[in-house]
Design a protein around this ligand. Structure first.
Ligand code: ADP
Ligand code: MG
Length: 696
């Protein structure tokens, strides 16, 4: 038997297991819950829980946990064992229906952004039955949402599920207008490509910056970086290949469809892409993927770095969020169809995405904002901080023809009319050529490329789903009950494209000229997290989330607090780590090396009176100057950190960090890195960039 197919999903309580192990009625009730989002009856839950426990115990599980995604962006779990004591001093393995559907973790240890102050202090977790339970490290994990007792979302999953519901509702209205009566539900699908770095564990252990912050805070450029482009798609080194092999096996067991893997542009950088699935499952799977990557790397004496910019001067890591909308009847709504009518429908959904991305560019930017991603967005290898869309020439020509009432093909005489013309299928290679666009149409899906490698994909997808739901709602409101549907449709698409054309940009997004051009188009360029977050609570954004019941104003405010707080904390930790490294290791090393050179110069001179000492003299002098500079910046950083002690507002502190602390850190780094470049390897306290990047 093929081991891959027999191992695939072996640790997942999936549909096949449910069907095999549950009584028919229970299975049907559970399917109904999963399919239609119905509430699960306690009596049904009891039967499911028992079957789940038996299955899990057979697989070696001893504990269960409600697995959830608090606002910190990582996952959380609290383990409870199945053991239940009996009167006779023995124990039995038990797992009740109540334990399956609801849990009560101590909410106080997770960020709530003030939600706890205004509402109940406690929080509860509830099973998201649309995402299968699975076993990880002998623990049965139940994917759950995490809410306060008042029902406010304290996690990432709740809003994502709500946003999927919002887009489902509005897309169904639109589909009905096209006569798709058989479609019962619409789901967004996501395939997130995950980038990461692998470094040698022994080297990693010698770098406090990597240990405390996930990225290097110092480090002189190595003689070789990524300029030769020889790593991209290059042969995978044996140690990395072993890692990937084991990673795949572990992911497959969890039912994660890890599909492609390759080296990325930067040395030591790699990528893993899964086959796409429903958004909330994709989000769960991506969290698991990141966790398993780190775990498996350790087994191979490596460390997996998920930070967006572990190394200055080489590419950072992101996540490409491939996104589409599909129906329960198997249609991909972002796939140009075979008939004029299907094409009309496709163009309407396309127009909806264009309008949504334009109107909510601020939210999309916010949804990917983090201290780590700020080093990447706007840097020259990643999408700039400006949100724009790439459609490719074919599709753009079609839209132009619609807007200008012209023929879209030089061979065609007729004016482009929606509902009459058949669009050509867009071959992938004509749509996927632009690698610099933050939001690119790639033939039958959009690829949102601004996401950071370390963050959860939930937030970006929540925004995307909700924004598109809003536009679809406006479209349905406009189109419903029209006598001349085709004309209304044509006008709507035409007017929408006309009004939102500015967001479409097919050129080179990394070109400086684009920044100016985007500005003249009135597009936002929110360069940093604090600047982006300042827009989260804009009136129109609150209205959007409230009207689709994705976030209440209180929930959104909580996120605003948590995101600002987290940004400030990260910068603070980085600054303290730099100071620690500078004072404890780097400055002493610089001083020590200068002393060594001086001593050796004196000894040499004593031995041979007219010996040439240019190297020693100049280096000692330079090191002296650099030490002075570095020390000055240490003092400045310390001073600015303590000057901020009294700032209690999270957004204000975040802004302060961006304006004051980050520039101090950058200045300190410059003097230290230049000292590293002229110091002896033996006398430098940390492994170099060269060793880290080429050491695996
Ligand atoms: P590449 O980006 O390397 O050209 P693909 O286009 O085949 O590769 O796929 C990239 C990612 O997009 C994969 O994770 C894939 O599963 C995902 N993807 C493909 N189709 C869809 C879809 N309809 N919805 C969401 N993701 C999709
Ligand atoms: Mg891709």
């Amino acid at each position: 038997m093929n081991t891959v197919s027999s191992e695939f999903g072996s640790m997942v309580f999936d549909d096949a297991v449910m069907q095999a192990r549950l009584p028919k009625e229970t299975y049907k009730a559970l399917r109904n819950t999963i399919k239609n989002g119905k509430h699960l009856d306690l009596s049904v839950a009891t039967v499911v829980a028992n079957a789940m426990k038996d299955w899990a115990v057979e697989k070696g599980a001893t504990h269960f946990t409600h697995w959830f995604q608090p606002m910190t962006g990582v996952t959380a779990e609290k383990h409870d064992s199945f053991i239940s004591p009996r009167d006779n001093g023995k124990v039995i393995m038990e797992f009740s229906g109540k334990e399956l559907i609801q849990g009560e973790p101590d909410a106080s240890s997770f960020p709530s952004g003030g939600l706890r102050a205004t509402f109940e202090a406690r929080g509860y977790t509830a099973w998201d039955a649309t995402s299968y339970a699975f076993i990880k490290d002998n623990i049965l994990c139940i994917p759950t949402v995490f809410c306060s007792y008042g029902g406010e979302a304290l996690d990432q999953k709740t809003a994502l599920l709500r946003s999927m519901e919002a887009i489902n509702k509005q897309a169904l209205r639109v589909l009905k207008l096209f006569g798709n009566e058989d479609v019962k539900s619409v789901k967004t699908t996501v395939g997130p490509e995950q980038e990461y770095f692998l470094v040698d564990k022994a080297l990693y252990d010698q770098r406090k910056d990597l240990i405390y912050t996930g990225r290097t805070l110092f480090g002189a450029r190595p003689p070789k970086g990524q300029e030769l482009d020889d790593h991209y798609f290059g042969a995978i080194k044996p140690r990395v290949a072993e890692f990937m092999k084991e990673l795949n096996t572990e992911l497959w067991k969890l039912g994660i469809l890890a599909k492609t893997e390759h080296n990325e542009v930067a040395p030591a950088q790699h990528e893993l892409a899964p086959i796409f699935t429903t958004s909330n499952i994709a989000a769960d799977h991506n969290q698991l993927t990141m966790e398993i990557m780190q775990k498996v790397a350790k087994k191979h004496d490596m460390v997996c770095l998920l930070h967006e910019k572990p190394f200055a001067g080489v590419n950072g890591s992101g996540k490409h969020n491939n996104w589409s909308i599909s129906t329960d009847t198997g249609a991909n709504l972002l796939e140009p169809g075979a008939t004029p009518y299907e094409n009309a429908q496709f163009l309407l959904f396309l127009a909806a995405v264009i309008k949504s991305v334009d109107e909510y560019q601020d939210l999309l930017r916010i949804s990917v904002a983090s201290a780590g991603n700020d080093h990447r967005l706007g840097a020259n290898e990643a999408p700039p901080a400006i949100v724009s869309m790439f459609l490719g020439t074919d599709l753009s020509e079609i839209l132009d023809a619609i807007v200008n009432d012209t023929a879209y093909d030089s061979k065609e005489k007729e004016i482009m009319r929606i509902g009459v013309h058949t669009l050509p299928k867009f071959p992938k290679d004509t749509t996927d050529r632009n690698r610099t666009s933050p939001f690119a149409f790639t033939g039958n899906k959009f690829e949102f490329r601004m996401l950071g490698s370390a963050s959860s994909i939930s937030c970006a997808n929540t925004v995307l789903n909700t924004a598109v739901a809003e536009t679809l709602k406006e479209f349905a409101d406009y189109l419903e009950g029209r006598d001349d549907f085709e004309k209304a449709l044509h006008d709507l698409i035409k007017d929408t494209i006309k009004a939102h054309k500015r967001i479409i940009f097919n050129g080179d997004g990394y070109d400086d000229k684009w920044v100016k051009e985007a500005e003249s188009r009135g597009l936002l360029n929110l360069k940093t997290t604090p600047e982006a977050l300042a827009h989260l609570l804009d009136e129109k954004n609150i209205r959007l989330f409230e009207s689709h019941k994705v976030y209440s104003k209180a929930e959104l405010t909580a996120r605003y607090e948590v995101l600002n707080e987290s940004y400030g904390k990260i910068i603070n930790i980085e600054a303290l780590t730099m100071l620690d490294m500078a004072r404890k290791d780097i400055l002493p090393a610089m001083s020590e090396f200068a002393k060594k050179l001086s001593k050796s110069a004196l000894e040499k001179k004593e031995f041979v009176a007219d010996v040439d000492l240019t190297y020693e003299k100049e280096t000692v002098k330079k090191l002296g100057d650099m030490t002075k500079e570095a020390y000055k910046h240490v003092l400045k950083l310390e001073e600015d950190l303590s000057a901020a002690k009294d700032i209690t507002s999270a957004p204000e502190y975040a802004m302060y960090c961006k304006d004051k602390i980050l520039p101090d850190m950058a200045a300190l780094r410059i003097s230290v890195d230049s000292a590293e470049a002229i110091s002896s390897k033996k006398d430098w306290p940390y492994p170099s960039y060269g060793e880290l990047l080429f050491g695996v």
